[in-house]
Design a protein around this ligand. Structure first.
Ligand SMILES: Nc1ncnc2c1ncn2[C@@H]1O[C@H](COP(=O)(O)OP(=O)(O)O)[C@@H](O)[C@H]1O
Ligand SMILES: [Mg+2]
Length: 369
């Protein structure tokens, strides 16, 4: 069955917990991004989200409804009073346990609230279906990468959100996809704890640019088992959280912050480059890497990545028609459009699921019968 042309909204709220990114797209044989906006979480909500794994049921339940309201606001803003066929909402991950028995994952941001406020059908909660089918529930974006880039020449598609992930697509298929390690999460945490919460990120990599990276420390940190493990592999932000930062960098102050940020920025860039040398580039004839996600907005990180991966061309994905900040949200718009048409939208090759599945739970937006 051929996909119909649908107008679809995608809502992404990633591990960075920076806010919700909303896109309006038209999907069919291809995809066109019509608009994209990011709505930062109010600081109180961001704190609650970052701490969500420790909340008790009453607070978690409340946060689920509150986030649903924020997601509805974001959807309405990109819809601009126009009608859409469907909304796809990833939700905010508060827990992801792919290695537990049974594997489990929890995304919140109540889709019923989004459906009620927008009047649109909402598809949400994509990951549990993949896990129920024997997969890790992550990464989901490779299905979209295969759709976007599968028919072209070989490319590495790198996303740098809270964590980093890569897909390799081209010559008719998706070849591999896995988490490369930390994306912005460690840099964000350091920026915030070294400034007493004043900074949520190292904007433009300005502080890292003033510091000196500790090469030895980076080499030691990159010996951790996760980096050496062959794909498939997926990671939770918890692995590179506050305890990790405290263990390896001690107390952060205004004074040591630039050096720590320079070290963490190098760690992120090199963890990606090492993954490529080990698991991505050999024997594949990859022509270029396209970077999406917030990390593409950090010129210091991008310069390091280009240096570490040279001579492979490293480009920002805007150049190929999908704005770097819109890509993940566009993925969930596309997944939702497929789900409501009964088309599979997972990528068993990436998650280890037993086969194609139609991921997502569907909430009707209809009010009158
Ligand atoms: N101008 C910028 N300078 C440096 N880092 C940035 C900039 N804009 C975004 N980022 C980084 O990108 C992150 C958000 O990226 P995003 O792709 O939304 O991640 P996620 O999917 O995890 O939410 C921010 O937390 C920040 O670390
Ligand atoms: Mg984000």
């Amino acid at each position: 069955m051929k996909p119909r042309i649908l107008r679809s909204v995608g809502l992404m709220s990633g591990t960075s917990a920076d806010g919700v990114t909303a896109v309006l797209v038209e999907t069919g044989a291809g995809i066109k991004v019509l608009s994209c906006r990011t709505f930062p979480y109010p600081p109180k909500v961001r704190r609650a989200v970052l701490d969500a794994a420790r909340l008790r049921a009453p607070e978690l339940s409340r946060l689920n409804m509150e986030l649903g309201g924020l997601f509805a606001d974001a959807a309405l803003a990109v819809m601009a009073r126009g009608k859409v066929d469907v909304i796809g909402s990833h939700g905010q991950t508060v827990w992801h346990g792919p290695e537990a028995s049974p594997a489990n994952t929890l995304q919140i941001g109540e889709p019923a609230v989004i459906a009620e406020r927008t009047g649109a059908t909402v598809v949400a909660d994509f990951r549990p279906g993949d896990m129920a089918g024997g997969g890790q529930g992550a990464p989901l974006v490779p299905a979209f990468d295969a759709f976007l880039y599968g028919q072209g020449p070989m490319k590495a598609l790198q996303n740098i959100g809270g964590i980093g992930n890569v897909s390799v697509a081209g010559k008719g298929r998706l070849w591999t996809a896995f988490d490369t390690g930390p994306g912005n999460c460690l840099m964000d945490l350091a920026a915030s704890s070294g400034t007493g919460g004043r900074l949520a990120m190292d904007v433009g990599g300005r502080l890292a640019a003033q510091g000196r990276a500790d090469e030895r420390k980076v080499a030691i940190l990159l010996k951790a088992p996760f980096f050496l493990k062959p794909p498939p592999k997926s990671l939770d932000r918890g692995s590179f959280g506050a305890p990790y930062l405290a263990r390896h960098f001690g107390r952060l102050t205004r004074k040591n912050l630039p050096d720590v940020l320079a070290t963490l920025t190098l760690l992120t860039a090199r963890s990606i480059a090492d993954s490529y040398q080990r698991f991505v580039l050999p024997g594949r004839g990859i022509r270029e890497a396209l970077v999406a996600g917030g990390g593409s907005r950090n010129p210091v990180l991008m310069a390091l990545l280009r240096r570490e991966l040279s001579p492979l061309p490293v480009k920002v994905s805007d150049l190929s028609g999908i704005p770097a900040m819109a890509k993940e949200a566009a993925c969930f718009a596309w997944m939702a459009a497929r789900a409501v048409q009964g088309l599979p939208n997972n990528c068993p090759a990436a998650t280890g699921a037993a086969g194609p599945r139609i991921l997502g739970k569907i909430v009707s937006g209809r009010k009158a019968f």
